[in-house]
Ligand binder design. Structure first.
Ligand SMILES: [Zn+2]
Length: 291
C-alpha cells in the first residue's frame, strides 16, 4: 500500500492525526473514558517460552525486551509506570480473569491459524476463545499483530493487556538492515521487524490508539523493511509525560480533561474507585490490530 492510499484510507476510517490519540472505553464515543493504568503500576510482561521458531536463536525475545526498554526510558524520565520482564511463560492464554491471581500479560508469536486447526463447529468460536485453547491466530490473516486490553468500563482502568504476533502470515526478522526486497523475505534482511512491531504494540498496551500524525510510532501502517518505529516520536513520548506524570495520579480524559490551550492541569486527577471485584459484565475488551 503506498503512503497516499494509506493516508486516504485512514481518513476514510476516521483515524485522527493528533500527535497522540488515546484509546477509549467506547471507541465511537469521544466523551467516554480513556484507558489508563493506575499510577505506579508495575506491568509485568511474560514472553512465550517458544518465541518464534523462524527467528535465529532468541533474537526475537531480545528484540521484544528492547522495545519495552525504549518505553521504560521515557517512563524513567517523566512517567510513573514500570515495564518489568517476568520469566518466560508456557501459557498461550490472552485475556484477564478478574478475581484470579494468576493473570499474565503475555507476548506470543502465533505460528498457526485457528481456521486450520479448529473445526467450524467448535464452541471456541462462539466463546472467542480458540486462540487460547489451541494456541493459534484467530484474526484476519493480513493483520501483523494484535493487542487485547481488558479494562473496567466505568473508569477506563486497565487490568491487563496481551500482544499476539501473526507469525503464520509474516516473516518476523531481527536484523537491522538491509530491507528485504519482496518477495525474497529471509532472516538476513528486514521483513517485519520484531522490535518495530512490538514498540508500536506496547503503545496500545499503555493506552494509545492509532494516529496518522507524520512520523508517529502509532501510525497504523507498517511496510515491510520498516524499523523507524523502534524509537518513539516526540508526540508519543509526550503521551507518557501527560498521562502518567511522575509522582502524580494517572490521568483519564473525562474526569480530568486536558484542554490544549491550558496545558496539563496541576495536581493530576482524582482517580475513580478501583475495584478488583468488578463483575465481568462491567469489563470491556479492546483490540487494536495492525493491518
Ligand atoms: Zn496498532
Amino acid at each position: 500500500m503506498n503512503a497516499a492510499l494509506s493516508l486516504s484510507l485512514a481518513a476514510a476510517l476516521g483515524i485522527p492525526n493528533a500527535p497522540y490519540v488515546r484509546s477509549r472505553v467506547d471507541p465511537s464515543d469521544p466523551d467516554s473514558h480513556c484507558l489508563w493504568w493506575k499510577d505506579g503500576t508495575v506491568i509485568e510482561y511474560r514472553q512465550g517460552a517458544n518465541g518464534n521458531p523462524d527467528t535465529p536463536g532468541e533474537t526475537e525475545l531480545a528484540a521484544i525486551t528492547r522495545s519495552a526498554q525504549t518505553w521504560q526510558a521515557v517512563m524513567d524520565e517523566c512517567g510513573s509506570l514500570t515495564l518489568k520482564e517476568g520469566s518466560r511463560t508456557s501459557s498461550s492464554k490472552i485475556g484477564h480473569d478478574v478475581g484470579r491471581a494468576d493473570n499474565e500479560n503475555v507476548m506470543l508469536f502465533r505460528t498457526a491459524f485457528c481456521t486450520d486447526k479448529v473445526g467450524p463447529s467448535d464452541q471456541c468460536w462462539r466463546l472467542d476463545d480458540c486462540m487460547n485453547r489451541y494456541d493459534c491466530w484467530a484474526y484476519a490473516r493480513g493483520t501483523i499483530a494484535l493487542t487485547t486490553t481488558v479494562f473496567e468500563r466505568s473508569t477506563g482502568i486497565i487490568y491487563g493487556s496481551d500482544v499476539e504476533l501473526n507469525a503464520g502470515s509474516f516473516v518476523f526478522t531481527t536484523v537491522d538492515a538491509p530491507p528485504c526486497v519482496p518477495p525474497a523475505f529471509t532472516q538476513s534482511c528486514v521483513a517485519t521487524d520484531v522490535q518495530n512491531t512490538m514498540t508500536h504494540e506496547l503503545g496500545h498496551l499503555l493506552g494509545l490508539d492509532h494516529t496518522t500524525y507524520p512520523g508517529s510510532t502509532m501510525n497504523p501502517s507498517a511496510p515491510a523493511g520498516e524499523t523507524s518505529k523502534r524509537s518513539l516520536d516526540p508526540g508519543t513520548k509526550q503521551f507518557v509525560c501527560d498521562v502518567y506524570p511522575k509522582g502524580r495520579a494517572s490521568r483519564d480524559c473525562v474526569i480530568n480533561p486536558m484542554p490544549a490551550a491550558l496545558g496539563p492541569a496541576a495536581g493530576g486527577c482524582a482517580a475513580a474507585p478501583w475495584s478488583v471485584a468488578a463483575p465481568a459484565l462491567l469489563l470491556g475488551m479492546l483490540r487494536r490490530r495492525r493491518p
